[in-house]
Design a binder for this molecule. Structure first.
Ligand SMILES: [Zn+2]
Length: 330
């Protein structure tokens, strides 16, 4: 067991090459980007065997989230400790200069499509930056059948079959498992998802991967097997205002794997919760987390894990601040 008490933890981002990515993280994140090539994803909290987030601050610097999940399990997870062996959420920023593939993720109700040890994947996006050309596609237009979708793949018109959104900063978009989705055209989003890496590609816009000189493989049969053709629950969400002061607190997502609020304020306000972990993401401005007489500086693009043992903390904005707070429903 770890003798060091846990404290608010920041992790080093793990940058991922993607052919559809860009270079916008150089403005959003404080850590330097790999020197060249398109970077599509920054994994900011990942407890996956192949990509382990490492603590970037304090006495535990260099420890992985997986090590903490073993050595300080109760301190980290509190009342959720018995339910999760690994951290159940995977958190990323996406920088989609080009369109991602049109894709779908299986749900927990499709165990035959999940490799051993994987869960289904429900995910959600909060738009950070968007331009005139940015688009989000979230779900099939009502009435679209499997036959319609097959035909659209053959003649390259799949975009016409999808619900299209023109994203604006602050928008929340919910993508339950089984929802056909993609995004791109110079858009940066924060992504919260179940800790899963199972994606089935339907269409890849005839992209050629510069690294391989080849198109990327598609998984059309598996995709069709998990598409929810009657699904109506995904897409742009209407925020639900919970409090107006001292911080404006709006709930954007509330599903079994995660709950996410958007906070906006300039007077000090509480963050975190007793006996459960919370994650804070700074999307605008800056400030400090105050815990145990220590102040932790938070800047735009920072992601902080408040361990269950830290309980409720105070956030003191340095200027007006925009935060996301994420909980794992108990
Ligand atoms: Zn996805």
């Amino acid at each position: 067991m770890l003798q060091i008490p846990l404290y608010p933890l920041r992790f080093e981002p793990i940058f991922q090459y993607r052919l559809w990515g860009g270079r916008r993280f150089s403005n959003l994140l404080s850590e330097p980007l790999p020197s060249d090539g398109p970077i599509g994803e920054a994994w900011v909290l990942s407890d996956r065997d192949d990509h382990q987030s490492r603590v970037a601050n304090g006495r535990l610097k260099g420890k992985t989230i997986g090590e903490l999940m073993v050595q300080a399990h109760e301190q980290l997870m509190g009342k959720l400790a018995s339910r999760f062996r690994r951290f159940p959420l995977l958190l990323k920023f996406l920088d989609a200069r080009e369109m991602l593939s049109v894709q779908v993720h299986p749900g927990d109700s499709h165990p035959n499509l999940l490799p051993a040890g994987e869960t289904g994947k429900t995910e959600a996006w909060v738009v950070i930056e968007a331009g005139k050309e940015s688009r989000i596609y979230a779900g099939l237009k009502p009435g679209t059948t499997a036959g319609d979708l097959h035909e659209s793949l053959t003649n390259g018109t799949i975009a016409d079959r999808l619900v299209t959104l023109v994203p604006r900063p602050g928008d929340g978009v919910f993508i339950p498992a089984g929802t056909v989705h993609t995004l791109g055209g110079d858009v940066v989003v924060f992504e919260v998802q179940q800790n899963s890496d199972v994606t089935f590609r339907l269409f890849d816009w005839n992209h050629i991967d510069a690294k391989t000189g080849q198109p990327r493989p598609l998984q059309i049969d598996q995709a069709f097997a998990c598409i929810d053709f009657a699904g109506r629950s995904g897409g742009l969400v209407a925020p639900e205002v919970e409090t107006a002061g001292p911080v404006e607190r709006e709930k954007l997502f509330d599903c079994a794997p995660f709950r996410l609020w958007r906070l906006h304020g300039k007077a000090p306000f509480p963050v975190g919760a007793e006996n459960e972990p919370r994650v804070l993401v700074c999307i605008d401005g800056s400030g400090n987390i105050e815990y145990d007489d220590i102040s932790y500086a938070v800047g735009k693009g920072d992601v902080w894990l408040l361990p269950a043992a830290a309980g409720a903390c105070t956030f003191r904005p340095g200027e007006t601040v925009g935060l996301l707070e994420i909980a794992i429903p108990g």
